[in-house]
Design a protein around this ligand. Structure first.
Ligand code: CIR
Length: 265
């Protein structure tokens, strides 16, 4: 196996904007601190770079409060990138802002364009063998069908699954750990969507750390979830914990903060 689902030469991130205080959130638990979020963001970028990857840090986009969460703007595969159509109206324009940066690094960049198609990168988990896409309040069947049409010619299999009610994105509740292993909340795993994979559950009460990422040799997880961290360390993963208190106020975690890829052209 090539491990192309978690070995990456590149990542794109975007610095948080002052407008982050207006970012979307399911429940208001107070305004995020831009200073602390920026510090956590710098730590995150440093850990990505420590694996040897080249990390592009884009400037903050004040017009889009949630633009630090770049993952939702595109799906990056080895063969090419697909620019998403975010289902959150305030985020729709973010995708177009990302397109030129992807074109600078990729030979092939396509777009989801249908006016009724909505899809956000947070709903997409790419494993070694398939692309799982969760229907959610942000991602609909039309968006998934359009994505399937774009990536099938590149040799990818798209499987439509669903995001549990009340959960923002599919990947809010899961992450890829290696070729065969998924970190998942018990509630998402109960849907049966990971049949055939080895699944490690987040510890009870630690569901908020399911949004972690495997990036080259490291697993980046939000700080503060000791029981799940210990399970991962015991299972042999090299874990790095990153402060996530401010992004968590906006329902964001480790995956949202980067696009991770190895362009093949
Ligand atoms: C939003 O609601 O769109 C942002 N506040 C959080 C986006 C998190 N993105 C992700 O999980 N991929």
């Amino acid at each position: 196996m090539s491990a192309r689902s978690y070995r990456f030469t590149h990542a794109i991130t975007r610095r948080p904007a002052g407008s982050i205080v207006q970012g979307l959130r399911a429940v208001d638990t107070g305004a995020p601190s831009l200073a602390l979020m920026s510090q956590h963001h710098a730590d995150y970028v440093a850990v990505l770079r420590s694996t040897g990857a080249s990390v592009v840090e884009l400037d903050a986009l004040e017009a889009y409060p949630d633009s630090v969460f770049v993952e939702d703007t595109a799906l990056c595969l080895p063969e090419g990138a697909v620019v998403m159509r975010p289902g959150a109206p305030s985020r729709l324009g973010e995708a177009g802002e990302m397109a030129p940066h992807l074109r600078a690094l990729y030979g092939e960049v396509t777009m989801v364009t249908g006016s009724g198609s909505f899809i956000e990168g947070g709903d997409i988990l790419t494993t070694e063998t398939e692309v799982l896409v969760g229907r959610s309040a942000r991602t609909n069947t039309a968006g998934i069908a359009e994505l399937r049409g774009l990536v099938t010619p590149w040799g990818h299999k798209v499987r439509e699954v669903f995001t549990p009610p009340g959960v923002l994105h599919f990947k809010t509740d899961c992450s890829l750990l290696d070729e065969e292993t998924i970190l998942s909340t018990a509630r998402l795993d109960a849907s049966g969507c990971f049949e055939g994979y080895r699944v490690i559950h987040t510890a009870a009460g630690e569901e908020a750390c399911a949004n972690s990422i495997r990036f080259n040799d490291l697993v980046l997880m939000p700080a503060g979830f000791a029981r799940t961290r210990d399970v991962l360390v015991k299972a042999g993963y090299a874990v790095r914990e990153i402060g996530n208190s401010e992004c968590a106020k906006l329902d964001g975690g480790m995956s949202c903060l980067s696009l991770r890829f190895t362009p093949s052209s």
